[in-house]
Write a new protein. Structure first.
Length: 160
């Protein structure tokens, strides 16, 4: 099914983008940065479960929540980079809603079973919106976040 191929590739591209981008950290202040670094380490472990040939796409809601939390808790030196990433994620969430699709529906879509109530034309538009994560601003922000995570929290986001 063509929709299945589109959604499968889009979802995997999205998960890969999230994994590549999930790396922010500045641990220069005391307890707040310690919490942020701990959160970052925990989220890295969670997001690593999406790195493979059969990620559990039903957990994308949790990915969104964790990424929004990291963006909200980001230290000043990477806050604008997290905002760039968070804005991209919000665009994706809104595109899911417009199509009548919940991230938890992606697993059934991968199996060729579109949920009832999903607007198939908007579902196809989702691919374009997901590709928006692959732009130079988002990539640059993700790279700065990853560098900061390694320097300030000792978290290497490029490794599993």
């Amino acid at each position: 099914m063509r929709i299945n191929v589109v959604i499968g590739s889009v979802a995997l591209a999205f998960a890969a983008s999230v994994l590549a981008a999930c790396g922010s950290s500045d641990s220069s202040s005391s307890s707040a940065s310690g919490d942020y670094c701990s959160e970052l380490k925990s989220d890295k472990a969670f997001l690593a479960t999406f790195n493979g040939s059969n990620p559990d796409l039903s957990k994308l809601d949790e990915v969104f929540q964790r990424m929004h939390t990291l963006a909200a808790d980001a230290p000043d030196e990477v806050a604008s980079d997290w905002k760039t990433l968070d804005d991209a994620l919000t665009t994706i969430e809104n595109a899911f809603k417009e199509a009548g699709l919940k991230p938890s529906d992606l697993a059934s879509l991968q199996n060729g079973q579109p949920p009832s109530g999903v607007d198939l034309s908007k579902l196809q538009d989702l691919s374009t919106k997901l590709q928006a994560l692959d732009n130079s601003d988002v990539s640059a922000a993700a790279n700065r976040i990853a560098t900061n995570a390694k320097d300030k929290c000792g978290v290497d986001l490029s490794s599993s």
